[in-house]
Design a protein around this ligand. Structure first.
Ligand code: AOF
Ligand code: ZN
Length: 366
């Protein structure tokens, strides 16, 4: 039985924030609930970058009832003039009595100053209620705002023996329908989907979000050192979403022009024989891509993992064993020599999708 207390209202604010998760781009997902004399008088969520913050929607709904109220907000109210005016000023103006905040805003432009401003105007502020859930909700925003680098989620779907296709190349399908539907939900929640050119050559994927409801289409990103991507590939021709090809200074200029003419953006990352992946992340971050879902293949997964560019890993396993020394695996890299060098996942979570298992976690740093 849920008790009516601060946690009850913060839980509601978090639920409001969680609904639009993924649609705020490089902005955080935020929810807000205003309570006055035992009644909810306002609720709001931030829906899209450039539109009002959660507090503004909730306070607009509360109207005059905001005076003397308690405001529950999942992120520290902002104190800076961004695309919208500071929420802390608005809370002060409305004469709210108390503000309960789940977590501070890691944006260097805010970082505690919103809370300090409220307190300096005599508003009671409590920080840290359901903090872990609020931090988790905005894990992508938290990384991007502090580093200007995208948060990268690596996702694979393999057999129990780690294969992403049979030795013949056949890969349709490894996991079942509900696991695949979840992958489309993951696509909706990221700003970019990234694959290696091998995947494009093998499968000619659309790399779009396909769900029973309308969903967001992330930018498609193909890592292709030698511009081997065919001009007839679906990601070049179908125009359902933008496409970026990451290549090197050495890549063929003529092919680059042809791709640009087809509407694809070509970005050169480094002058070596391979795409400089760290530089690629920096350049994608500069283009305000704050989150990327990496969908293979094995070689790109291995390179991104060994270069420390992966923030989160989501592994789907179908209860199948297919063998084949040449059947491609989900991680291809030189390999470690001693077990102590293994990449270890922390904060593990297990989920089941029909008969498929999903293991997710965060690679331990350092
Ligand atoms: C809040 N409530 O609902 C959100 C906040 O470009 P702007 O004006 O939308 O500002 C974006 C920054 O504001 C963002 O980086 C984060 O620090 C904060 N987001 N703050 O008080 C909200 N979405
Ligand atoms: Zn704000």
């Amino acid at each position: 039985m849920e008790l009516l207390n601060d946690e009850y209202y913060m839980n509601l604010a978090l639920q409001l924030a969680e609904g639009p998760a993924g649609q705020t781009g490089i902005n955080p997902a935020v929810g807000c609930v205003v309570v006055k004399d035992g009644r909810i008088v306002g609720m709001g969520a931030h829906l899209q970058r450039g539109t009002p913050h959660a507090e503004v929607h909730a306070l607009n709904m509360a109207g005059a009832s905001a005076e003397g109220s308690t405001v529950y907000v999942t992120l520290e109210p902002c104190s800076h003039h961004g695309r919208t005016p500071p929420c802390s000023d608005r809370l002060i103006h409305e004469k709210v009595q108390r503000v309960v905040v789940a977590c501070t805003d890691p944006n260097p432009l805010v970082a505690g100053t919103g809370i300090a401003k409220l307190r300096s105007h005599g508003i009671e502020v409590e920080v840290g209620l359901l903090e872990m859930r609020a931090l988790r909700l905005n894990e992508m925003f938290n990384k991007y705002i502090a580093t200007k680098l995208p948060f990268v989620t690596l996702k694979t779907a393999s057999t129990l023996d780690g294969k992403i296709a049979a030795k013949t190349g056949d890969s349709k399908w490894i996991t079942g329908e509900s696991a695949r539907a979840y992958v489309h939900t993951l696509r909706h929640r990221h700003q970019g989907i990234m694959v290696g050119v091998e995947t494009v050559l093998q499968d000619n994927p659309q790399l779009t979000t396909r769900l029973p409801v309308p969903a967001l289409q992330p930018i498609r990103i193909v890592v292709d050192s030698r511009l081997r991507i065919p001009l007839t590939a679906q990601v070049v021709t179908d125009r359902t979403a933008d496409t970026i090809v990451l290549t090197t200074e050495l890549a063929d200029e003529r092919k680059s022009v042809q791709l640009e003419e087809a509407g694809v953006s070509v970005i050169r990352c480094g002058a070596g024989p391979q795409v400089d992946l760290a530089e690629a992340m920096r350049l994608l971050g500069e283009r305000e891509i704050g989150s990327i879902l990496l969908e293979g293949g094995g070689r790109l997964n291995g390179a991104m993992l060994t270069q420390g560019l992966i923030d989160k890993i989501i592994l789907f396993f179908a209860p199948k064993i297919i063998g084949g020394a040449d059947a491609p695996g989900n991680f291809r890299f030189e390999g470690i020599e001693r077990m102590e060098q293994a990449f270890v996942l922390e904060r593990l979570e297990l989920q089941q999708f029909d008969s498929d298992i999903c293991i997710s976690g965060y690679p331990r740093c350092g």
